[in-house]
Every structure is written in C-alpha cells, then in structure tokens.
Ligand binder design. Structure first.
Ligand code: ADP
Ligand code: TRP
Length: 339
C-alpha cells in the first residue's frame, strides 16, 4: 500500500468486531451490530471477522462450519461492508490469535471466568457440554480484540461483560509485565443507548437460539407469517396507557424499519385506544420486507459467487495476519520469548 495511505490508516482509531457463524444474520444482529460496522468503515480503520473458533463450543460438523462461514461472509457483504475499506476475515485463518489466547489464559482465573453470566447461562443450557472453550470464551474474545490493539468494538448490549473482561485482561497484562502495551478497548454504539432488538414472542431479545428471529434472508411470505403471529393483547383500556412489553416490542421494531410518520400514526392510534393490531402488523411486515428485500437479493448474488467470497476471505486474512503478527512479536518480546 502507498506510504501516505498507510500513515493515514495508522493514525485512525482501530475497530474490530466479529459474529459467530451459527446461522443466518437476523434483524437483531443487523441493528445491534452490522449497521454500526457499515457506518464505522467510513471513519475508522476497521476489520470485521467471522468468529468460527468461538462457534466450536457447540461442536458443529465440518459441513455446518463451511456453510455458515460462507453465509455470514455473503451477508456481511450484502449488508454493505466493503472489503476495500474494511477487510473481512475468518478468525481461524489468523493463527496469531491463538498464541495470544494462550498467554491471556495463563492470567485468567477460574473464579472470574465462572462468574461470567453468559458462561453460567450456557452451562445451564448445555450441562453435558461445559467445556474449557466455553469457560475461556472471554479470553479468546479478548485475544481477537487485543491482537489488533483495537480502540473500539461495536457490539450489542449482551457483550458488555465480555468487553469488561477484555479490558481487565489488557490491564492485567500491562501490570504483570510492567508495560503500557495494551489499550483498553471500548464498546461502541452509535446511539446513546445500545440497541436491543426484541423478538416477536412477547418478551426478551431477538436471537438465533430463542427461535424468534426474523432473518435478513427471509422471504416476504415468511416475514409476514412471523409478524402476524406476534404476541399482542386485547388492546389498551385507557387513554395514553403504558404499553405492555409485547406491544412495546412491536413499536420498537416499527421504529427501526418504518418511517417516523408510520410510527407516529400507530402510536397515536394506541394512545387513543383505536389501535387495530392486525393493521399494525400488516404495515410492520410490509416495512420489514421493504427493508430486507434488497439485502436478500444481494445475499443470493454473493452466495453464488464462490470466487469472490474466497478472494475477500484471503485478502482479509492477509491484512489481519499482518496486523496480528506485529502484536505477537512485541508480546513475545515482552514475555521473554525469542522471535
Ligand atoms: P444470537 O444472539 O442471535 O446468537 P450473536 O450472539 O451471534 O447472536 O450476536 C452477534 C452480534 O449481534 C453481537 O454483537 C450481539 O450483541 C448482536 N445482537 C444479537 N442479537 C441482538 C439483539 N436482539 N439486539 C441487539 N443486538 C443483538
Ligand atoms: N462474542 C461475540 C458474540 O457472541 C462474538 C465475538 C467473538 C466478538 N470475538 C469478538 C465480538 C471480538 C467482538 C469482538 O456476538
């Protein structure tokens, strides 16, 4: 790359984020994470990756992994990540991450890892498979981030505790080796508050494992079916009544995909006790479809272009390995190993 471009990039703040390849991307992934990726690539030195090592905690088959990695790659591109601006790589192509993972694990303690909420939840959900990878999930995530010395990490609210751990491991490394080497990475979201996209089943967040997700690749009929089935109630019984969670959730989704006028129209209807949920859902389904349709078309295009996907992943891996290698050499030096 040209010297001036290199200097320009090195002065920009670094941004890293990744998503596990455990299925298709849904509206929660888009509004909670990928939308920020697309915006940030214009202003920061970004790299985005597919966290396939992290997905091994649930023992996917080789075919599962290959398909899911290809899917997320195509979906990242379809959402507007431009690999010329923000390289996209597959985590398992960048082996330097593993070396840092090992070093961080030597200073990560059982007690603190066991206290991580997502570990406790997953251990409860899969009691027969509480493996060491699940326990050390936060140190692998910290390695992903610290290996590029990232400044900012765009993630949804549910990743806050993992981000705390990444900062803790960075500080601890600096203290143990008496260096000011790692920066503490910040979580980042464009909105003042992290977005939590709700599901359509009345409570909680939209998620792959919750079985309540609308996927970016869903077709019109599927979207309509999912939205029309959303939980509602008998309607407000007082003017300007506070909305119960399932209704609030419909409005939250509407705020994300519909125009402000549409949102205001149904909000006024609710406040005046004139709301017809059937009409609101029809409108919401149409607006979700209008939002997803162009992305869906691009997903199909990219998925059929194996050559392009392979090229993006190869170039992404080169860029990521170069950045990670520099850190690993410095870390080896700090720890007392030969390079
Ligand atoms: P899932 O919960 O569906 O398995 P992941 O855990 O792989 O999704 O999340 C990938 C990214 O998408 C993370 O940055 C996460 O914070 C974000 N994300 C996932 N679900 C939501 C949601 N419902 N609302 C906001 N952000 C979300
Ligand atoms: N833990 C993240 C999730 O479940 C995925 C992830 C792995 C990640 N490594 C990361 C996100 C590094 C940001 C930075 O969504």
């Amino acid at each position: 790359m040209h010297q001036i471009i290199l200097e320009y990039l090195s002065n920009m703040e670094k941004v890293i984020s990744g998503i596990r390849p455990t299925g298709n991307l849904h509206l929660g992934n888009y509004f909670g994470a990928v939308k920020s990726f697309v915006k940030m690539q214009e202003e920061y030195n970004c790299m985005f990756f597919i966290a396939d090592w992290h997905s091994l905690t649930t023992h996917p088959t080789p075919e599962n992994i290959r398909t899911s990695v290809r899917t997320i790659l195509a979906e990242y591109l379809a959402c507007g990540i431009d690999p010329q601006k923000a390289p996209i790589y597959v985590q398992s192509d960048v082996k330097q991450v593993l070396e840092l993972y090992l070093y961080l694990n030597m200073n990560a303690y059982l007690g603190e890892l066991e206290r991580v909420t997502s570990f406790k939840e997953k251990a409860r959900k899969q009691p027969d498979n509480v493996n060491a990878g699940l326990l050390t999930y936060p140190s692998l995530m910290a390695a992903d981030i610290l290996v590029h010395k990232a400044d900012k990490v765009p993630v949804g609210k549910d990743q806050e505790q993992n981000m705390e751990m990444a900062r803790l491991f960075a500080r601890r490394f600096n203290r143990i080796y008496d260096v000011e080497y790692f920066k503490e990475p910040e979580s980042f979201h464009f909105n003042a508050k992290a977005v939590k996209v709700p599901g359509l089943d009345g409570s909680g967040k939209m998620g792959k494992s919750e079985g309540n997700a609308i996927y970016l690749c869903d077709d019109e009929a599927t979207i309509k079916k999912k939205v029309m089935r959303a939980v509602t109630d008998a309607g407000p019984t007082m003017l300007n009544q506070e909305k119960p969670e399932p209704i609030e959730n419909l409005f939250t989704l509407m705020q994300l995909v519909s125009t402000p006028d549409t949102y205001d129209y149904f909000n006024d209807q609710y406040n005046n006790m004139a709301i017809r949920y059937g009409d609101m859902k029809k409108q919401l389904a149409a607006d979700i479809n209008a939002f997803c349709a162009p992305i869906r078309e691009r997903i199909l295009e990219y998925k059929s272009n194996e050559e392009l996907l392979a090229k993006v992943a190869r170039e992404g891996a080169e860029a990521a390995a170069a950045s990670a290698e520099k850190t690993i050499r410095e870390v080896r030096e700090i720890i007392g190993f030969r390079n």
